[in-house]
Design a protein around this ligand. Sequence first.
Ligand SMILES: NC(=O)c1ccc[n+]([C@@H]2O[C@H](COP(=O)([O-])OP(=O)(O)OC[C@H]3O[C@@H](n4cnc5c(N)ncnc54)[C@H](O)[C@@H]3O)[C@@H](O)[C@H]2O)c1
Length: 464
Amino acid sequence: MKNTRREFIFSISMLAASSAFPAHAFAFNKSKKLKVALVGTGIRGITFWGKRLLDEYSDILEFVGLSDINPSRLEYGKQYIGATCPTFASFEEMVSKTKPDLVIVTTKDSTHHEFIIKGLEMGCDVLTEKPLTIDEVKCQQILDAEKASNKNLIVGFNYRWSPYATKIKELIANKTIGDLVSVDFNWYLNTYHGASYFRRWHGEMESSGSLWVHKATHHFDLLNWWIDSEPNEVFAYGDLEFYGKNGHFRGKNCRTCDHKTECAFYWDINKDEFSKKLYADHEHEDGYIRDNCLFREDINIYDKMSAQVKYTDNTILNYSLTTYSPFEGWRVAFNGTEGRIEAWLDIPYFENTSIEEAEKHANEMAQNGEEIVAKKSIVIHKLWQEFETVQVDMEESGHGGGDKRLQDKIFVNPKVPDPYGRTAGIRDGAMSILIGIAARKSIQSGTPIKISELTDLRPQIRRS
Ligand SMILES: NC(=O)c1ccc[n+]([C@@H]2O[C@H](COP(=O)([O-])OP(=O)(O)OC[C@H]3O[C@@H](n4cnc5c(N)ncnc54)[C@H](O)[C@@H]3O)[C@@H](O)[C@H]2O)c1
């Protein structure tokens, strides 16, 4: 079964192959198992980069160390992953004792830079979850560390790898609508997924860099990749008008709240077995409360966001992110010199969908191997012609099938040609967060912000 699936993915990659995999990308020595150490045994660490890696690739890799600041979550994480390796409170001790080939960073966003930089300095390849980091100072420190090291840094941009996103890339790269002129992109987070960011550390600017960085890094990476140019200037508006201080009532957290019956967002973490075991059972160690009140006063991120981005090739992007939409979905439209492409996912009025909003995020995050495949449409409307609709087969689990394709590319098929350049390196990681960082600065200053003012990276007309 495993082999069949891998062969399938291999053959799909080969079908589209036309250029070589970039030389700077990972190339592991497959004669012995890859030694992997992971820091951050939260949900992303133990599911996608933990259990899934062991389930799928234990023939080619092994965990040699796990680390987290919360000792009891760390033990739970080890058990959940099914690893037999030692655990460490100290990242440095883990790396010096276990000498991993690869360090995987899945801690909260504001700490990524610490482990990326230490990992590179200590002679390891590093794979970090998005976002690369949360501000321009830490970004420059990472750029400097990578330059000084002879090791690889890869950013886990899974969205690029979904067949739907790849099809859009193919259509634009093949000049289906001529040269790109402008792009409209709107992302709608619903009152389950959107709200979940305001329950925990994502709601603090100093931990997540706001959703301009934590969430929008995915979107800006897709856009940079589709547009194939680098961002030059950003102007943005944003505000906090729904969550945080705007609530009419609030409590310490959901479990102890006096407003359980009247609050539409009430969530009983103790009825969610996995969340209880992963978070609530360990909160005595570090005070990390997973079911915080999303109307707490100290939330200081934006819940509505809108930006205009001018790319170096003169393409203009209109972007918006909503965090309390009645449905979860997104849409994008590309205007070119020869026509227009429209694409969308999960807009209930456009699709005959019966899926409950509460289930959508669970499906997206699912790593259980169940593959629900659905046909998704992309409309191509060339000037002076009737429109046509292209159908793409897409999985609904694991971020539209992007999660598993990303891991297969890294661990199984690193040398298989990737004509659409889906593997993301440090420059991609940096360019995607720099748009969000510039947007934050633009809101604060009321002026457009040049990307070149933020780090020593100079935006290029074509991505390199
Ligand atoms: N690519 C995706 O689609 C995707 C999806 C979910 C999460 N993520 C990313 O994965 C990362 C983890 O997210 P999560 O949802 O698992 O968060 P989480 O809060 O569940 O887990 C974070 C873990 O990091 C640990 N931690 C925090 N600071 C630390 C430090 N200084 N040293 C060691 N450990 C520390 C915490 O104790 C916790 O166990 C984030 O960067 C997030 O952006 C990516």
